[in-house]
Design a binder for this molecule. Structure first.
Ligand code: GDP
Length: 447
């Protein structure tokens, strides 16, 4: 354990007036501070009703004092929690008093950083703490809780162990070059690598779903001008956020709307009609729309019965893995029935943004894509986790290629070593100060 020498303090509750406010302190000075605040040594993990006084003996507030001795605390250090009335003025006075008694102000995320450094949680779990606090949907909060409990980390750990075992096996063979070629041709090695790749692919899929649960499903709405994109966004969002007019090309920028569909977060982006245009402003909008498509989870093409075939051109040059939906809009005008079809990897939905017919099917489909109903074990993930898993996949692919061709043991082992490193970065087995700084500085103060 790497015990810090300084003691940190922060107001852990949200700013503003509230029934109760919480001050948190962690570090070696806690027993002395607790003693001073209570007038005697507190009992571990007991709620003491105390009079909190300033240096001159003046009463600041009355409230609860709790001492969690090291190492059985959130940070792994001595932790003190003072619960007073939720007033910014009183909490500031308490914070000042605690700092006089030897604490300093904590940086954002510093409590959780200490918990990580003391091995109380790994990096993915620490990130999940922040994601839980920031969760915007029930499904997102549930998933973050799973990751905080270590569901994701344990899966990464299991994969890591299998990977290390295979690497050690191959490295052992390198020490006996005369046997190496035959050894690496052993089908058991190929089978172990294959099972690693399958396990990784499964974990990557789940992590991608976890990312959607965490960040919300990103849906880019595209289509020719006047197809009904703004009307659809308004219908889904239930407000008049986008201006709907019958003049082509009015949606000039990318409009964004976050909404929660039954506890699932969606990030909708209404792009300018993607078409060549002479208008300067509109051209900029079109450029942004193209950029949007490189970052989205779903492209929702709004069209109608007449243009849908030709409009499929909007799907050209989409990155792999992007979900494609076609909304055949204006069925009220064209006297068609609302229904859903799936062909060639594209989901077709017949609907009307105007009457609302068929939009429930669209909502259901989006919810499924966003990970709704993904069950008990669904965990949250961050983009850096998904990227790391994709890198690991690339190195495992290369290892397989080496074993299938040159059987150069050194190269295969090197690929596996790099893969191991990438995997270890998820849980923080390997982590740079820059990465830790970036992660913990995005936390709130007091966590
Ligand atoms: P955008 O340019 O793609 O954003 O299209 P708008 O949402 O501005 O809609 C263009 C025109 O089509 C407007 O006059 C809308 O009222 C109309 N419209 C949109 N959806 C429907 C629909 O489902 N049925 C009918 N009949 N008209 C629609």
């Amino acid at each position: 354990m790497s015990q810090s020498t300084d003691t940190i303090a922060a107001i852990a509750s949200a700013p503003g007036a509230a029934g109760v406010g919480v001050l948190r302190v962690s570090g070696p000075a806690v027993p002395a501070i607790a003693h001073a605040m209570l007038g005697r040594a507190p009992q571990p993990r007991h709620a003491h009703f105390a009079a909190f006084r300033d240096g001159a003996g003046e009463l600041i507030d009355r409230g609860l004092l709790l001492h969690f001795p090291a190492p059985t605390s959130y940070t792994g250090e001595h932790v003190l929690e003072l619960q007073g009335h939720g007033s910014a003025v009183l909490l500031d006075a308490l914070l000042r008093r605690v700092c006089e008694l030897g604490a300093r102000l904590a940086r954002p995320g510093e409590f959780t950083e200490r918990a990580f450094l003391n091995g109380k949680l790994d990096l993915a779990q620490a990130e999940a703490v922040a994601d839980l606090i920031a969760a915007r949907s029930q499904a997102g909060a549930r998933a973050a809780l799973q990751s905080m409990e270590g569901v994701f980390s344990r899966r990464v750990e299991a994969l890591l162990q299998a990977l290390v075992a295979l690497r050690v096996h191959i490295e052992a063979a390198i020490d006996f070059p005369e046997e190496e070629i035959d050894f690496l041709a052993d089908p058991a090695i190929a089978a172990r690598l294959e099972s690693l790749r399958t396990g990784l692919a499964e974990l990557l899929r789940e992590a991608q779903r976890g990312l959607r649960l965490n960040d919300g499903l990103r849906v880019a709405i595209v289509g020719r001008p006047n197809a009904g994109k703004s009307s659809l966004l308004n219908a889904l969002a239930g407000s008049e956020r986008a201006i709907v007019t019958a003049i082509p090309g009015t949606t000039r920028d990318v409009l964004r709307e976050s909404l929660s569909l039954d506890g699932i977060a969606l990030e909708l982006a209404d792009t300018a009609g993607l078409r060549d245009t002479d208008d300067e402003v509109e051209r900029e909008g079109v450029r942004r729309a193209h950029g949007e498509l490189q970052r989205t989870d779903v492209v929702l093409l709004v069209s109608d019965a007449e243009h849908a075939g030709a409009d499929l051109a909007f799907f050209a040059a989409l990155p792999a893995g992007v979900e494609r939906l076609v909304l055949v809009n204006k069925i009220d005008r064209d006297l068609l029935d609302a229904h859903v079809e799936s062909r060639d990897g594209i989901t077709w939905l017949w609907a009307s943004a105007k009457t609302g017919a068929g939009l429930d099917a669209l909502r259901d489909h989006l919810k499924r894509l966003a990970g709704a109903g993904s069950g008990e074990g669904a965990f949250s993930a961050r983009r850096r986790h998904v990227l790391a898993l994709q890198q690991v996949g690339m190195h495992l692919d290369r290892t397989a290629a080496i074993l299938a061709t040159t059987r150069a043991g050194e190269l295969a082992a090197e690929e596996l070593r790099t893969a191991q490193h990438e995997l270890g970065e998820i849980t923080g087995d390997y982590s740079s100060d820059d990465l830790l700084g970036a992660i913990f500085s995005s936390f709130c103060i007091g966590k």
